[in-house]
Design a protein around this ligand. Sequence first.
Ligand code: LER
Ligand code: MN
Length: 276
Amino acid sequence: MKSAVTVSLVEEARGGPFVFWGDVFQAISMAQKLGFDALEIFPPDAETLRHLFLTKPLATAGMTVAAVGTGAGWVKHRLQLADEDPIIRKRAIDFIRSIIECAAELGAPAIIGSMQGRSCHAVPKETAKSLLRDGLAVLSEHSQKCGTVLLYEPLNRYETDQANTLEQGLGILQGLDNVKLLADWFHMNIEESDMAAAIRLAGNAIGHIHFADSNRMAIGYGHLNVEPVMSALFEIGYSGYLSAEVFSKPDAILAAQQTIKAFQLAIRRTDARGPQ
Ligand code: LER
Ligand code: MN
């Protein structure tokens, strides 16, 4: 398993669960110093990300990009895949397509999280789900053409009613082979009755982890029992990223330091215990 830490370049997302803010080059340098393998980037749009020309600075630092978030499509541009308006849905698809392309240039998958949308008076639950699936089908094919997978993230009930658990996520992804689940431990801690069992059930459908404690702070700052969840990840042979999508609290450096310490401890402990 590999470690990653988030950086947000989206002013409108201030106060959200990202460790580093604003300066991606400083984030690369800090993450490298602390021993992270990768950065997860939350850009305002594809063009901004592309014009940062990150390939060389990342290679020089010996770092990769774990994933690229598309959430700015929602928080900044109010676009989502289940909108009642076909013009908005088309703009949402185009926004994500362009992020898929520049994420692929960095060797990373794009994440569909808050852009999945939710039902409303004009869009009943089943319609919202089917609009989401239509969008994921198009975007999955586009990701495949770009040589990457697409990540779909179940969110807690206060953010969506599309899929709140990994099992519901599996339902959404049926027949969509190039889409993997993003298991965010913050959302799972709210929605799953047994986080380890949910991970075993989802198995190799899991493609990415948001590594967060119960209060969405760095692992170790909340009350999540990390050991059984890590054991389940070892059991399913997960070899992807554990990416800290957590608040920059008490500050960015302490959140990042605590994350890497918790990551190394969790890997060592679970590894030493061997297969369960
Ligand atoms: C939102 O709560 C979240 O977890 C993000 O990763 C979705 O884009
Ligand atoms: Mn998340």
